[in-house]
Design a binder for this molecule. Structure first.
Ligand SMILES: [Zn+2]
Length: 132
C-alpha cells in the first residue's frame, strides 16, 4: 500500500529539490541574520520578508525522540513500524523533525547527520543517522 508523500508546494519545492541533490536547506533571515526552520515567507524573529535558503551542514544532536510501534496512520505504515522519530537540533541552531535510520538504542544528545532516503512519489526524505 502506498504511503502518503509530503505535499510539495511552490514555497517548499526548493527544499525537496535540494534533498534530491543531496543537500539539506534551511532558511535564513537577511535582515536579522537568524536561521530558521520550518520554511516561512517571513522571519519568525523580526517578521522581515527578506529571507533566503541556505545550506545546512546536515549535522546535529538529538533533542528528543520517540519509537513508533503502532501504525497510527493506517495500513500503509504497517510494514514500516517500528521506526524512530526525532527532533534534531541542527548545528545552525534550528530544530527539524525527522526520522532516525540505520541504528538502534538512540539516546537524547546523540550526534547525527542527515541521510537522504528514497520516499514515496520520487520524494527524497532527509532522515538522520549516527554521526561518525
Ligand atoms: Zn529576521
Amino acid at each position: 500500500m502506498q504511503k502518503p508523500a509530503p505535499e510539495i508546494t511552490k514555497q517548499s519545492e526548493p527544499f525537496w529539490q535540494a534533498c534530491k541533490d543531496g543537500r539539506l536547506l534551511i532558511m535564513n533571515c537577511k535582515h536579522c541574520g537568524r536561521p530558521f526552520f520550518y520554511p516561512r515567507r517571513s522571519c519568525p524573529s523580526c517578521w522581515s520578508e527578506e529571507v533566503e535558503w541556505i545550506e545546512s551542514k546536515g549535522t546535529g544532536t538529538i533533542w528528543t525522540l520517540s519509537e513508533v510501534a503502532i501504525s497510527l496512520w493506517g495500513d500503509a505504515w504497517e510494514d514500516t513500524v517500528p521506526y524512530t522519530v526525532a527532533v534534531i537540533d541542527l548545528d545552525e541552531g534550528v530544530r527539524m523533525a525527522s526520522r532516525l535510520v540505520g541504528n538502534s538504542g538512540w539516546k537524547i544528545g546523540d550526534r547525527v547527520h542527515v541521510s537522504f532516503q528514497p520516499g514515496e512519489n520520487d520524494v527524497v526524505m532527509p532522515y538522520f543517522t549516527a554521526a561518525g
